[in-house]
Design a protein around this ligand. Structure first.
Ligand code: SF4
Ligand code: SF4
Length: 175
């Protein structure tokens, strides 16, 4: 499979990294990984998989077990989850796939694969305290509808984000 999860023929044994699975399992929230028996129920109930069949929680779980570190961490699909938790609620083995995915995203971010829009949004929150940018036109529209002006202050958000180290995550391509 390539980084998009598509089959590319046999996986060269030299490209596999058994330590990757062990590194994922070091995280308490990912320890359910070993209980997965690849039934695919998670994928069947995933709204992202329904729209984009390339995305598959079952496949990602298998890729981690096979030690496909590079393919998993570089995959753009790990950032597409809607956080709906359907996969966990339907899993017969009580595997917390959403939690495993969070571990994978943290590892990917540390490895320099965080998508640029995510990093830019973090920087936007640090600057303004707001998730989305505002402008004069929006301010005028709110005023015309007698809505209060949006007051924002990035200082508290910046402090919080800095306390987690999230501000140091580079965007993909920054390194
Ligand atoms: S539903 Fe659970 S056991 Fe089945 S493939 Fe998904 S994670 Fe594995
Ligand atoms: S939490 Fe993410 S992976 Fe799980 S079903 Fe929802 S979109 Fe799919």
């Amino acid at each position: 499979m390539d980084q998009h999860g598509k089959a590319q023929g046999p996986i060269p044994i030299s490209n596999r990294n058994p330590q990757f699975r062990r590194d994922v399992l070091k995280h308490r929230e990912a320890q359910g990984l070993n209980a997965c028996f690849s039934c695919g129920t998670c994928t069947a109930g995933c709204p992202i998989s329904e729209v984009f069949p390339e995305y598959s929680p079952k496949k990602l779980t298998k890729m981690v077990k096979l030690g496909m570190k590079q393919e998993v961490l570089a995959s753009p699909w790990i950032w597409c989850c809607t956080t709906c938790h359907n996969c966990e609620q339907h899993c017969p083995q009580n595997v917390q796939f959403f939690s495993i995915l969070n571990v994978l995203k943290n590892m990917a971010a540390e490895a320099g694969y965080a998508p640029s829009p995510w990093v830019e949004q973090t920087r936007q929150v640090m600057r303004t305290g707001l998730v989305f940018p505002t402008d004069e036109a929006l301010a005028r529209k709110r005023e015309a509808r007698s809505l209060p002006a949006i007051k924002s202050d990035g200082a508290k958000a910046k402090k919080l984000i800095e306390s987690t180290g999230t501000d140091k995550i580079p965007a993909q391509g920054d390194r």
